[in-house]
Design a protein around this ligand. Structure first.
Ligand SMILES: [Zn+2]
Length: 58
């Protein structure tokens, strides 16, 4: 099993900044932190996360 099929399943992720549920897709706003992908409802949330990731993930 690998992750070579990005469209094989759609999923939801939680925006770590505002706790909103975000649809995971190619066009989703995302950021990578410590090897993990995080998804955001808006560019604003991503910018807040990028500024201080440690505040939102533990
Ligand atoms: Zn958000």
């Amino acid at each position: 099993m690998n992750h070579s099929h990005p469209h094989s399943h759609d999923a939801n992720a939680k925006d770590p900044v505002c706790q909103m549920s975000v649809a995971v897709s190619e066009s989703a706003i995302q950021s990578r932190h410590h090897g993990q992908d995080y998804y955001f409802c808006s560019q604003t949330c991503k910018e807040m996360f990028d500024r201080d990731p440690g505040r939102y993930v533990h």
